[in-house]
Design a protein around this ligand. Sequence first.
Ligand code: SF4
Length: 353
Amino acid sequence: MTISEQLLSWYKKNSRDLPWRHTKNPYLIWLSEIIMQQTRIEQGTPYYEKFVTTWPGVKELAEATEEEVLKLWQGLGYYSRARNLHETARIIMQEYDGKFPATYPNIRKLKGIGDYTAAAIGSICFNLPYPVVDGNVLRFLSRVFGIRESIDLAVTNGKIQALALEHIDHNQPGDFNQAMMEFGALVCKPANPGCVDCVFSGICVAFNSNTVGEIPARNAKATIRHRYIHYLVVTVSVGKDKFIFLNKRTGRDIWKNLYDFPSLEFSSDNKGSSLNEDDFNNLLCCPTPKFQQVSGPYIHQLTHQKLHGRFYHVHFDKPVELPYLLVPLHEIHQYPVPRLIDHYMLHHILMLK
Ligand code: SF4
């Protein structure tokens, strides 16, 4: 049996029953691919289901507001995926009359769709023989073929792409691609791969040379950027009602168009928790009232960044004008916010009421 036949036969018997495996609808496959990037299946599946229920087709997604899309995406991280998803839905409506493009170059041209996603959509939905090469595939093929160079190098990546292209099944490219990814995820895992029962143990170079633990090789890890963000949570009483000030992030950063609180950011911890009211005066354009409460650090780890958030609560007991968005406290959950803010609100928002 060829590698391709073995993979397809294994896939038939062992693939997981996932909601997007019952369709070739390009909208649904696209949605699943974007949601599952850098996301575990268990975490991403409920998001996929929420998206499909809320916006069953590309037209409905295009008609949503970006804020609604970001809100439903909240908690998944990498928000540029959500912004691109929404923008691409609009492009498909305007330029392709609502019909998902069916050629690789046209799919690849869409915003937020790289080689990998274009190959996945093209092969699964339109039977186009383009191989997908994600982390699972890189690991599986580099072990089977004994590729010892770092998979972070473009040249190694190209070599593995070429191997995938050589072995892709032209009649079932979608199943072949999914089989490779599934095999990497379930059997040829990063740690403790199932070599003993593996259908490829006879030909696998890594297994037969006892180098499974060394392949795939990686470059040294990129350094992590630490960000120390001090948030000022400002509430205000107007009569019997309570309001809170939100800051809409409009700059080009990972949280573009999400909401948080007025903040000061540092690249080192030299300030620690020692900020005082005066440090925030410029943010509010008026003297900052005394802190009512200071939270311990909230830590959130992203791939290349580690966020250290600290929250300071102040309250105005009469109306005040500040250069931020004033919203009723009970409506705060309608706004899309970064994970760090969501965590803080989970623990503290009731106390602010
Ligand atoms: S023998 Fe081990 S390393 Fe080789 S393909 Fe199978 S699971 Fe992966």
